[in-house]
Design a protein around this ligand. Sequence first.
Ligand SMILES: Nc1nc2c(ncn2[C@@H]2O[C@H](COP(=O)(O)OP(=O)(O)OP(=O)(O)O)[C@@H](O)[C@H]2O)c(=O)[nH]1
Length: 648
Amino acid sequence: MLPAMLIPKVNSKPTKLNLCRVRHCCRTATMLFGLLCWSQASLSAETFQQQLNAAEQLFSNDAKAGEAAFLALLQQQTEPEQRLKVQQLLCWALAPAQPAAAIALQQKLLAPSTAEVTPTSATMPELWQLRFQLCRGYAEEQRGENQQALDIYHEILKSELKQQDPELHIRALSLRAEQYARTGEYPKALADFQQALTIAAQHNDPNAESYLSNALANLYADPAVADYQDAIPLYQRTLAYHRSRNNLQDEATALFNLGSTFESMGDLPQALTYLQQALQVELQRQQPDDIAYNQRSIAIVLTKSGRAAEAVVLLDQAIAHYRSSNNLEFLAYCQLSRAVSYKALKQWQQAADDLAAAAQYFKANPNARFEARLYKEFADLQAQRGDWQSAFLLQQQQLRLDVQLQQQLLDQRTSALKTQLQTEQIRSDKELLQQKNLLQQQQLQDAEQLKLWQMIALGCAVLLILTLLVLMQRQRKLSRQLADLALLDELTRLPNRRHTVAMAEQLWQQSSGNRTNFTVLALDIDFFKKINDTFGHQAGDLVLKKVAYCLRFSLRPQDKIGRVGGEEFLILLPSTEQHQALEIARRLCQEVAALKWPELQENQQVTLSIGVASRQQQSDLLQLWHQADTALYQAKHQGRNQAVLFSS
Ligand SMILES: Nc1nc2c(ncn2[C@@H]2O[C@H](COP(=O)(O)OP(=O)(O)OP(=O)(O)O)[C@@H](O)[C@H]2O)c(=O)[nH]1
C-alpha cells in the first residue's frame, strides 16, 4: 500500500478573488497546499507521525515556531530514515515562503560528506536525493526560476528510481504539468497529469486520484484548452470523493467548479444548479467570504439568464458583506457585477453609480483587465443612454487597455517561449557536443585498435620473415652439407675419388690451355694392412685421417689432394715441373715419416710411397695417372718410404 499521497486536505477557493475563473486562479495555491499536506503515513511510529503533523501545522501558523519544532524533532531522531523524513517535510514547508532556505537545506543535505544525512553512510541514498531534488525544484519555482525547476523535474522523471516511489513520481509529474501549463504547453501538461492520475489509480489511492482529477479538470476547463466535456466527469469524481468524506469545503469547491464549467459551456441552468448547491454548502460552513463569493457568481449567471432582479438581491448581500469587512477589491468586483445587472434592468443611474464606485477603486489600484471591463460596461451604458460621444471615447479607452492586455499576454508567452527555446538550444548543443565527443572517442578507439592490429600484423610478418630466413639458412647449410657429402670423403674430409678426378680433368684442361706443366703424385701408405691388423680398424682410420691432414697442410694452396682409394691418395700439382714435383714428393715422404704415433705405439712409424708423373707426351689424364701409379709401384718395389719419378 502506498504511503498517503500529497493531497490537499482542503481544495478550497482562494481567499483573494478576482474576476478570472476561480478554478484557474486557485490551481497553484491548491498544488502548493497539497504539497505541504502530503502525509507521511508510512512512518513507523504513530507518535512520530503525530509530532510531524503537529510541526507542520505549527509551521503553517508560525514559520519560526514550526521550524524550531522540526529541528527539535530532528534532534530526537537517530534513525536515518526518520531523520530524512523530518528534513523532507521541513524542506517542503520552507519552500513556498522561504525558497532560499529550502534550497540551502537541500544543498546542505546533498553535500557529499554531510553528517546530517545518516550517521552510518557518507552519502544519501539515491532515492532520497531525488526526493530532495524535487523539493529543490519546487523552491526554484517559488523564486521564479521556472526553467531551472522544469529541468529538475525532467531529470527526476528520467531516473528509473522514480518507479520505486509512486509518490515522488506523481509529485514530479504534477509539478512538471503545472510548468507546462504555465508556458502554454497544454498537451504536455495534460499528458503529465493523466499519467499521474493513472499511477494514482493503479496504486489505489483515492485521495491522490481526487486531487489529480481536480488538477486535470482545471486544465481541461482552462479557456486555452476549453475541453469542458472532459472536465465535467473529473470534477464529478472529485465531488463524489469529497462528499464521501464529508469534506464540506472541498465539496463546495467541486460544486463551484462544476457550476463555472457549465457556465463556460453556456449551460446556464446546470451552472445555476451547481452554484446554488455550492452556496448551500457554504451557508452550512458559515464562511461569509465564501458565501459572498458564491453569491456574486450566482448573480452573474442569473443576470446572463435574464434574472437580473434576483441577481441584484444577491449582489446587495455580497456588497454589504465586503463593505462591512472592508474588502474594497471584492467590493469593486461586486459593484461592477451589480452595474451589469442594473444595466440589464435598465436602471441606468444605479448602474452608472456602481461603475463609478468601482472605477474609483481601480484608479487607486490599477488592474488593466477589470479597468477594460469597466470601460466596456461604461461605454455600453452610455450608448444605451444615447450618449454616443462619451460611449465612443470609453470604448476607445477599453480598446487601448485590451491591446495593452493582449501585448502583456503575448510578452509573457514570448518570454516563456524564448527561455524555453534557449534552454532547448543549450540542451541540443550539449547533446550534439556529447555525440561528437562520443564519435571522436569511438574513432580514436577504432584508430588505436587498427594500430594495434597493424602492429600485430607487422610483428607476424617480421616473425614470418625471420622464420623463413632461418629456414633458408638451414636449407642452405643442409644443401652445403649434402654437396660436401657428394664431393668429400667422409673420413678424411678430402675430396673423394669422383671429385678428385673432376679436379684433375679441370687442371689438365688448364694446363693444355696455358701450356704449362702438370704433375700428378700417386700416394699409398706402406703396409697399411699390417697397421689395421695390429692396431685395429679404428686405429687404421686414425692413421688415414692424420696422414691426410699432414699432406693437406704440407701442400701449396694451388695444389689439390684427394683420396682415391682405401689408403691411396692423388696429388695434383699445376704448373709444376718434374724435378719440383719430385722434391715435393720427397718432402711429403719425410714429413709423414717424421710423424709421431702415440695412438699406436712408441717408435711406430708410418711411411708413404709416391709415384711422380709429369705431363709430356701423354694423350690424356688417365695415361698420366697410370704413369704415376707405375712409378708408385716402382717405389714400393724399391723398398717403400720413397718417391720415384716415372720414366718410360
Ligand atoms: N682402417 C682402414 N683400412 C682400410 C681402408 N681402406 C682400405 N683399407 C685396408 O688397407 C689395406 C690395404 O692393404 P694392401 O693393399 O695389401 O696394401 P699394404 O698392406 O699397404 O701393403 P703395400 O701397399 O704393399 O705396402 C687393406 O687391408 C684394406 O682393408 C679404410 O678406410 N680404413
